[in-house]
Design a binder for this molecule. Structure first.
Ligand code: ATR
Length: 275
């Protein structure tokens, strides 16, 4: 029987996951399809049961279902419980197990920019995305991570859980020149006229500025960072690597990530420069 996989979300029409996974199925000679499925929040339980009944091999979960799906799954792995969110579901016989590949996907993307594990890192934000990244940085051996957030208490809590430091936003802005890597994990600043989640005035020339947002590809945060002489890394790599880790969980095959980053970057209208 032909295998099939899916991504569920609301909205879902603009997801690039079907394109990415269908391309990888073709490249690897796998007879499978990947469907975008629009699921409203009130229908999440039924959708999950239907995916089970109709034999989905696995699926991705995107906004706004990443937390809400958890009670409807048969199990949750360590990465998903750390993040308290699921982005990838793997079928094991009759069971659906929730995982989260965002944090490790982020780290794989970061590694393409040749960081050192003793680089001084500041993580901006303390929400779900920041959690996954903080734990994954920790696992990958990055030893000098500071977390800052608008609501300082959340930064302190996440720092405690991940053996990191915390800093208030104003201290972080003042001391930004001391950091080698600045990671922006909030969804703020997508619009041109919105304030950045952190002022980059004091950023060090040559520091690496990383945004997890990939659409738009050149976010106001990255533009400002470039103006300040920082190197930049956009969110396309994280998107592709989180998908690749999921693809491998489903098929046992490591897909071609480098080519996919180029293709998706072109699709989004950016230039492919791995700076
Ligand atoms: P996600 O799962 O996408 O990370 P989230 O858990 O709601 O979403 O977290 C959003 C993050 O963006 C938080 O760090 C949040 O800061 P607070 O903890 O202070 O709410 C941050 N954020 C949202 N709006 C912001 C704004 N206008 N300025 C600065 N940070 C903001």
């Amino acid at each position: 029987m032909k295998k099939w996989y899916a991504v569920i979300g609301d909205p879902i029409a603009h997801s690039l996951s079907p394109f990415m996974h269908d391309t990888w199925f073709q490249e690897n000679g796998i007879d499978a399809s990947f469907l975008p499925i629009h699921v409203e929040p009130s229908k999440l339980k039924e959708a999950c049961e239907s995916l089970q009944l109709l034999g989905a091999g696995g699926f991705n979960v995107t906004l706004p279902h990443k937390q809400a799906i958890m009670p409807f799954l048969d199990g949750i792995d360590e990465a998903a419980s750390e993040m308290n969110a699921v982005n990838t579901v793997v079928r094991n016989g009759k069971n659906f197990k929730g995982s989260n590949t965002d944090g490790d996907g982020f780290v794989q993307s970061l590694l393409t920019a040749d960081p050192r594990t003793d680089d001084k890192i500041i993580l901006v934000g303390a929400g779900g995305a920041a959690r996954g990244i903080a734990f994954a940085l920790n696992r990958a051996g990055f030893s000098d991570v500071t977390i800052t957030n608008r609501t300082f208490r959340r930064a302190e809590e996440l720092a405690e859980e991940t053996a990191s430091e915390s800093m208030t936003k104003s201290d972080a802005e003042q001391n930004l020149g001391g950091f080698d890597i600045i990671i922006q994990t909030t969804s703020v600043g997508l619009a041109e006229d919105e304030a950045l989640p952190i002022s980059l005035e004091n950023a060090k020339t040559g520091a690496l500025a990383v945004d997890i947002v990939y659409n738009p590809i050149d976010t106001p945060f990255l533009k400002k960072a470039e103006e300040k002489g920082c190197r930049t890394l956009n969110g396309v790599g994280m998107f592709v690597y989180q998908g690749a880790i999921g693809f491998e969980k489903w098929t046992g095959i490591k897909p071609d990530t480098e080519k996919m980053i180029k293709v998706i970057t072109e699709k989004l209208g950016g230039n492919y420069v791995n700076r």
